[in-house]
Design a protein around this ligand. Structure first.
Ligand code: F6R
Length: 244
């Protein structure tokens, strides 16, 4: 794991965006694995700025998102498809047909999982995967459990995840309780992984994920075994890591 220490969210976003900038510059037909949540919004903003200034071209890029709430159509304002359109895709020259988010509203979710893994394989895997980290160590929506989930899978969200995500809903009862998420295989097979951690709520889990034992109880800890994983953290998220 390479650890990058940023002063604040802005610097963290810039450091992360630079990695995606070079990825797309060096391989214009890159397959980017993308995430939602608060952590990547600043990074997406930088990519949009570079696109607008003519420095970046997304016309040949494909994307695969990590996850989606089950039961939500992509048109729902809380869906991750809606999020991605709003914070990135609607502002760059990506072909929407090349953007992929698991379908949380699929009738047959098991079939959707298989389809999503087959899609990732058909794209040749992921060149660069962006991740956030849950307060409980989840990556994608792979929650702490007895074993690392391999393929794309349907999960019941942990209470702590529902609580954390309720900040984006008008009431906690509106937060979906399930999700479909890319599993650890596609994430670990990504050629490069970039994880962003910002804010004091991430401090404990970042220490565990980077320096604790590799265990499915802290799903992000599996990234210690990835050959090219960069963890970018701001000062608040890094406060327990100093001296490790
Ligand atoms: C989102 C995702 C989640 C988030 C994590 C952190 O697509 O897969 O794992 O990355 O919950 O969320 P934020 O960035 O909002 O703290």
């Amino acid at each position: 794991m390479k650890l990058v220490f940023a002063k604040d969210y802005e610097e963290l976003s810039a450091r992360g965006a630079e990695l995606f900038f070079s990825q797309v510059k060096l391989k214009p037909d890159s397959v980017l694995g993308l995430a939602t949540g608060t952590s990547p919004i600043g990074l997406y903003k930088k990519l949009i700025e570079w696109y607008e200034s003519g420095a970046l071209d997304f016309s040949r890029v494909h994307t695969v998102n990590l996850d989606e709430y089950t039961g939500l159509e992509g048109t729902h304002a809380q869906s991750y498809r809606f999020f991605m359109n709003k914070y990135l895709f609607d502002h760059i020259n990506i072909d929407m047909a090349n953007t992929n988010v698991p379908c949380g509203a699929a009738r047959d979710l098991a079939a959707e999982c298989e389809k999503y893994d087959a899609l990732i394989d058909s794209l040749g895997g992921i060149d660069m995967q962006l991740l956030g980290i849950g307060n409980n160590g989840h990556v994608g929506f792979n929650e702490p459990s007895e074993a690392f989930a391999c393929g794309t899978n349907v999960v019941k969200l942990a209470e702590s995840t529902i609580e954390a995500n309720s900040r984006l809903f008008s009431d906690i009862s509106e937060v979906p309780t399930g999700a479909i998420t890319m599993g650890c295989r596609a994430i670990m097979q990504a050629k490069r992984v970039v994880l962003l951690a910002s804010g004091p709520a991430k401090a404990e889990i970042i220490k565990k994920a980077c320096f604790g034992p590799v265990t499915p109880q802290v799903p992000a800890s599996i990234l210690q075994l990835h050959p090219d994983c960069t963890v970018i953290m701001d000062a608040e998220a890094a406060k327990l890591v100093a001296g490790c």
